[in-house]
Design a protein around this ligand. Sequence first.
Ligand code: PGA
Length: 256
Amino acid sequence: MRKPFICGNWKMNTDRAGAVALAKATAKTAAGVRGVEVGACPPAPYLEAVVAAAKGSPLVVGGQNMYFEREGAFTGEVAGPMLKDLGCRYVILGHSERRHVFGETDEVVAKKVRAAFAFGLVPILCVGELLEERDAGRTEEVVRRHVTSGFEGLAKGEARQVVVAYEPVWAIGTGRTATPRQAQEVHGFIRRLLADLYGADLAQAVRIQYGGSVKPENTADLMGAPDIDGALVGGASLKADGFAKIVAEGAKAKGL
Ligand code: PGA
């Protein structure tokens, strides 16, 4: 049985006081739900404050990105061991904003995934097609490429732990959500792909989150789908009440 995982991606938002307040409220949400893992990925400068605010609660914290080298002359980058040192468990990798605004390639994302494991972090690997790719009927081709390159070179024990986030780029921050049916189709496709790569047992263990304009009103339908194991929530994770509703709806949809 896969434990549902609902994680906030705060992106480049909040200030220090706002991050601490949101972390405290989100930690309460995490403590008040059974059987759902709840996470938050704040901006790197506030990680330490958020980890401190979450202390003693089940809220897990992650970075939004990292570089693949351990240390060195890489001005402006954050290293995996730094995230680990601050108390992160997860790191989001290959987010569409990293791929499309900052030009990260599949090769760079794959190196980061392997580095995350080397440094004791669990990657949340984001995959998903652009609108023009969907319209051209290329969704599966793009998602296959993101998944196969992202998992390349992983040992089975690592592959099993990866959290995949299917985030159709046209649904991110646009208010346009994939329908539960559209999302389930791709989630099912990803699970079959993982079964081809690693066997059915492993594919059944991997958690696949949906991301893209998740909000309290659409969570139940999305998470009611059999292969949708949680959500990566951007804008709606910045409001503590709304995020708490998302977690509650997600738990209910999974019968928890
Ligand atoms: P959104 O972002 O919920 O604001 O669409 C999701 C994401 O990019 O992870």
